[in-house]
Design a protein. Sequence first.
Lengths: 374, 92, 360
Amino acid sequence: MRFVDEFRDRKIARDLGAEIARLARPGRQYKFMEVCGGHTHTIYKHGIEDYLPQNVTLVHGPGCPVCVIPMGRIDDAMFIARQPGVTLTCFGDMMRVPGGSGSFLDASAGGADVRMVYSPLDALRVAQRNPDRHVVFMAIGFETTAPSTALTLLRAAADNASNFSVFCNHVTIVPAIKAILDSPDLRLDGFLGPGHVSTVIGCRPYQFIAQEFARPVVVAGFEPLDVLDSVRLLLKQLEEGRCEVENQYTRVVPWDGNAKAIEVIRRTMELRPHFEWRGLGFISQSALRLREEFARFDAERIFRLPGVRVADPKACQCGEVLKGVLKPWECKVFGTACTPETPIGTCMVSSEGACAAYYNFGRFSRERMQEVVR
Amino acid sequence: MCLAIPGQIERLIPGTDLATADVSGVKRNINIGLVEPEGIAPGDWVLIHVGFAMSKIDEEEARTSLEFLQTMGQAFADEMAAMQQKPPGESG
Amino acid sequence: MTARPEREQEVLDRIESFRRRKASLREERVTMAHGAGGKATQTLIQAVFLEAFRNPLLEPLEDQAVFALNGSRLACTTDSFVVSPLFFPGGDVGDLAVNGTVNDLAVAGARPLYLTAGFILEEGFATADLERIAGSMARAAAEAGVQIVTGDTKVVQRGKADGCFINTSGIGVIESGIRLGATRVKPGDAILVSGPIGDHGITIMLARGELDLVSDIRSDTAPLHGLVDSLLGATGEVRCMRDATRGGVATILNEIAAAAGVSMVVDENAVPVRAEVRGACEILGIDPLYVACEGRMVVFVAGDSAGEALRALQSHPLGRGAAVIGSVREDPPGLVLLKTQFGGTRIVDMLVGDPLPRIC
């Protein structure tokens, strides 16, 4: 597969691994945070950490848009799904996320009409094909996905759709990174920036990380070589005493982002004053809602949502895992009460969640795995 | 939300903002509304996310990036070889 | 990175001992996850059916039961087919119904003899479609050398069955000397697959039409008894065979690793996957290792018979794409590891839920 396989080349990986080992000063510990859940997933899926020296660690951040949805919002979605005549559509990841009273999968078992879609446009099509039902699309994701929801809203408006609405849970990445930087718990040496979010917002928004917080940022792609090369570039910055925002993912990320994408987001959505993030608490100006002009497509205005704040289960430590303070296996319920089949929190359910990635792919210690595979 | 996959545009669908893209022999109609301003033609490669093209892939950049990675490996290997040729007692 | 190996080992031990506890069903209602062939299905089977029916023949929870009767060793098996859509590129539910049961007998080393066929039909189902399905079953049975000797037909009201559900059970006879089973698998054994994986599952996903993906992929549904004969004729060192259906190759590897108390290492680069199947999986964010096949087997043979076994498979039309994909190790028992395309390592766990298209 072009643009994929070349960036999974083992030989280049070995050379990159050697270069990284050369750049990482012995006796010094390096901790880099990869913000995006897609990075977490790819790191574990391909076993990228096998190429890193012992003193370079990758810490997982809150960039999993499913993971950060608080339980109360899931319950709101369940409420919508249970309304008569409503079809709830969502991405596959959402199906097993636990709310206060079960997941969408459970709601489906209980008789609700919940359907998985690949694209928000597919949700609109379900509405067009089922005029007797009201179809709600649960929109999640960072700025990568918001433009797609936006274009879908514009199409719905152009088509005069009368049985379609969006339950908007889009969040923005910069406030989350800022919350991490403001947290006293973490000592990070640099960031791997979210490559696909950056195709929309560009690289400029991360400059405050380098300028105000003195941490280098490398906007990273998602193939294994992209991740390794980004680690190399971070180490090189530290070695050379530089501190700036660099773009590793040049084949896809334009420095200035995608003006059209930003424009359609602005046309259809606006920032909420504040929004609750699982584990990070309330963050201002961190999430999107539909503009007044699109009220007729806004599920939050159409349905009277309970809007209850549901506290995470006592045992759940997702918050600390999302902030990178705890490693998945350091959570008290990891692997016992909280497993992929019986998840307590979102980190274990979402395919991008650190706990799920670790449990499903990486749970066995690297050293042991390498011994066995040799 | 980061799963995006490279695909090649096969043809544009006139009168719409859609195009047929090919990923390893699997075809899907995708919305090219977000990349239209750049100009999209059959044969172009785009990054596809939830049925939308997010960005046109810069093939030249991709080639340069890979070449650099390959030569870096070569440079490293050369350096290692050179080091091994130095008389014992001298450090690299 | 302090105390990492010890701490991790502690967590691993915690997970393993938790998993060894008796299966208990927490859910009050059956969900789609229970039908995916992964962990939830296993839990359901163990907690409900094994609990209720427990007996020595059932305990191994293999795909077929093997027993002796009047000097012969017989295998019997059953399977139900609820695929949607009923007709798809490469076949239909009728083909699956015959080939699926034939294959469950064949991988036990049995010569498939007789099948039963039970139909649950939805009111309003087109009789022309039913004739088409019956025709497929007749052709598939002839190709497999079996006869459908008895059956049953029920009709339920509109909306109570998705068109046509079929159950088939089968009986076969095992020639003397053939002893196969998960517990025979040992460290040092080689792991083979008989061809490219994931064709059927992806075909079905695409055929549902909801994902709007178009390709030439066809279901790989086929009767494997001839391929099995080729293999068993070439080498006497076959330990175990399984046909890779729901849950894919990864599920089989995990089930056998657990049953035999061994570990396995698979080389991702060695696993045959068609380019289009790979493309569809990348788009949807699914791992081909978990996608269903309907005409592929996973074979465990003694390590030094791997070459022989591979040649035997490849010499048969249904085994042209066969490959050695990995090997069985001793330690740690029950774990399946993958050497990734990239050269890293990761675990291949049992499937959780359904291979839902991953968007993130």
